[in-house]
Design a protein around this ligand. Structure first.
Ligand code: F6P
Length: 325
């Protein structure tokens, strides 16, 4: 009998998920496994919303954003009874392992299946926030940064033309990776991220100094985890009033960052993660997560992703301060 694995995508969508699904399905078939797709992440798992995925079912998706398997955040999976139900469905379908393309929350859920029921799981990391501990990279981050860069470049046109201060809010619920990379790439005057606080008086000082040097516009990139762009713009409006900088404007980039066609980097890393995951499982490994470390793809115990905070490199933060003159 052909061996069978299942795959699902869970949590916030990220560009490159489809490339990862395609890689898992096709590598599995290459090694004579069949694949079941589970719809809407853990929700579909406890509702037994399963579908057969053949290699041609994942054709023409490598360039598509979102996830063909759909996604969700499923609170019921925190309850033992639902996890028990999930494992019984997997077993009834003769599925021998579950591949979870998700972030640390999804990995924790999957890990419980391994711990409580000895059901083999494999984690493939994705999140545009890039904040999963244990891996230098998560699928979707590069596309999100490029989406933010494209948007900030456009906003800068108005900022220059009207000699305005702009506060631009990017995603990153608890983390500043997108803000830092996008801010560096667009030459932002100030980058505000939760990991390395930068007090308001220094923000104001930087803006004033840059005006004194003859720069007539300013861009501040803020991660949503620090504060809303609206709040920051309000404070700046008040504090900069006497300097006659005009209206301070703000813009929230929001879900534009999470959608659209994945970059070549995201398509390729997702493909490599997917192939690696299946090949390592085939070798007899289980309960691991795929990780990117110093340019290599490696496997790590999935628990590594839990409870620890991954921080951007402080040097990168310093670079942004050196260059923003
Ligand atoms: O985890 C990625 C992320 O994009 C965060 O940066 C953001 O706060 C969150 O998802 C919002 O997602 P949702 O609206 O789906 O809860």
């Amino acid at each position: 009998m052909t061996r069978k694995i299942a795959v699902l995508t869970s949590g916030g969508d990220a560009p490159g998920l489809n490339a990862a699904i395609r890689a898992v399905v096709r590598t599995a078939y290459y090694y004579n496994f069949s694949v079941i797709g589970i719809k809407r992440g853990f929700k579909g798992l406890i509702e037994r919303d399963f579908c057969i995925l053949n290699p041609r079912d994942v054709g023409l998706i490598i360039n598509k954003g979102g996830t063909i398997l759909l996604s969700s955040r499923e609170p019921r999976f925190k309850e033992y009874e639902y996890r028990k139900k999930a494992v019984s469905f997997l077993k009834e379908e003769q599925i021998e392992a579950l591949f979870v393309i998700g972030g640390n929350g999804s990995f924790q859920g999957a890990n419980l299946l391994a711990k409580e029921f000895d059901f083999p799981i494999v984690g493939i990391p994705k999140t545009i926030d890039n904040d999963t501990f244990g891996t230098d990279y998560t699928i979707g981050f590069d596309t999100a940064v490029n989406n933010a860069v494209n948007a900030i470049d456009k906003i800068r046109d108005t900022s220059i033309s009207h000699e305005r201060v702009f506060v631009i809010e990017v995603m990153g619920r608890d983390s500043g990776f997108i803000a830092l990379e996008a801010g560096l790439a667009t030459g932002a005057d100030v980058i505000l991220i939760p990991e390395y606080p930068f007090p308001m008086y220094r923000v104001i000082d930087k803006i004033i100094k840059s005006r004194e040097r003859g720069k007539r516009f300013s861009i501040i990139v803020v991660a949503e985890g620090v504060a809303s762009a609206k709040e920051i713009a309000k404070i700046l409006q008040k504090k900069l009033k006497k300097f006659d900088f005009g209206e301070i404007r703000y813009s929230v980039l929001g879900y534009i960052q999470r959608g659209g066609s994945p970059t070549a980097f995201d398509r390729n890393i997702a493909s490599r993660f997917g192939v690696f995951a299946v090949e390592e499982y085939k070798k007899g490994n289980k309960n691991f997560m795929v990780a990117y470390e110093k340019g290599d793809i490696v496997k790590k115990p999935i628990e590594i992703a839990f409870g620890k905070i991954k921080k951007p490199d402080f040097k990168e933060f310093e670079i942004s301060n050196i260059l923003s003159l």
